[in-house]
Design a protein around this ligand. Structure first.
Ligand code: HEC
Length: 118
């Protein structure tokens, strides 16, 4: 492997992991959403799969997830079963651009391969 290629792949790996996005996600979502287990709210793997099935492109996934998280409503939910079980998710008060960063991180991260400690 030549050096330039190595540098590029290293940088793109770092970018994909985006530490700022990871921090936003863990600071604001995993208090309720465990990555792999459904406890007081659906697991991240569960709502991610539901959004993956419902929205075919990355852009749509990020767009619809962000819109919903900014202002959670029963009428726009695609998880009525989860609302019945846990109650509607509260509004968190973040702006759209912050939620977009988090939604993009959720799209880009494979939570099924990780071993989270919470
Ligand atoms: C205070 C607890 C809590 C926090 C914090 C929280 N959620 Fe939720 N969330 C829930 C509950 C409960 C549900 C299931 C009921 C529902 O869908 O409204 C849910 C549902 C969802 C859904 C499914 C939407 C649908 O169509 O119904 C998505 C997507 C989601 N959360 C994303 C996030 C993201 C991203 C964050 C972090 C920015 C976050 N949540 C933070 C409690 C929380």
């Amino acid at each position: 492997m030549n050096k330039a290629f190595f540098l590029l792949t290293t940088l793109s790996t770092l970018y994909a992991q985006d530490p700022y996005a990871a921090l936003l996600f863990h600071g604001n979502c995993t208090t309720c959403h465990h990555e792999q287990k459904t406890l007081s709210a659906p697991a991240v793997v569960t709502f991610k799969k539901r959004y993956m099935d419902a929205f075919k492109t990355k852009e749509d996934f990020i767009f619809y997830m962000s819109q919903w998280v900014v202002s959670p409503k029963k009428e726009t939910s695609i998880m009525h079963d989860a609302i019945k079980k846990h109650g509607l998710m509260p509004e968190l008060g973040f702006d759209l651009s912050t939620i977009e960063i988090i939604s993009r991180y959720i799209y880009d991260t494979d939570f099924t391969q990780r071993h989270p400690n919470h």
